[in-house]
Design a protein around this ligand. Structure first.
Ligand SMILES: [Zn+2]
Length: 160
């Protein structure tokens, strides 16, 4: 506990919406797992490459500076487990719980890439759920619809 961002993560927060920067800067301090920022702002060109490779589904990515204010409205994280990079889902639940806690305290609406069906995680229906519960709920919902879940657990964006 008491983690803090390295220089690269701090640099990658440049151009990101101040509310997100505020939430994530607080989240790293209260997180039970270490994590960093892999992406804040992304250019249209980079996004096109990700869509072509299947890593992203949309050209309307919130990482692209938004017309309304010129900021990126999204952040991707990566987790460290025992000092090594980890892509295991439970790590992202753990980091996510700190992000949710920070967002709830600051009143910043978020949407998470492992529960796309919820556009505002501050909503009363969801404000007590853990990231594991939210992720399971989304997975169950997609399966009940006969659809494959698209889990992008490192991705967080401003909700509405
Ligand atoms: Zn993302």
């Amino acid at each position: 506990m008491g983690y803090k961002f390295g220089t690269k993560s701090i640099t990658r927060l440049g151009g990101v919406h101040p509310d997100l920067v505020d939430v994530f800067t607080n989240a790293i301090e209260i997180s039970k797992i270490d994590f960093g920022i892999s992406c804040g702002v992304r250019s249209k060109k980079e996004q096109a490459r990700l869509v072509a490779s299947g890593a992203s589904k949309t050209m309307n990515s919130k990482h692209i500076p938004q017309e309304v204010d010129g900021f990126s409205h999204a952040i991707d994280i990566f987790c460290y487990l025992d000092g090594r990079l980890s892509w295991e889902l439970p790590c992202y639940w753990k980091a996510g719980d700190a992000i949710l806690k920070a967002s709830r305290e600051k009143g910043v609406k978020l949407r998470w890439g492992a529960c796309w069906h919820i556009y505002n995680l501050l909503h009363l229906d969801h404000h007590k759920k853990s990231c594991e519960e939210l992720c399971m709920e989304y997975t169950d919902l997609r399966r009940s619809q006969g659809k494959t879940p698209f889990i992008d657990s490192p991705h967080w964006e401003l909700g509405k």
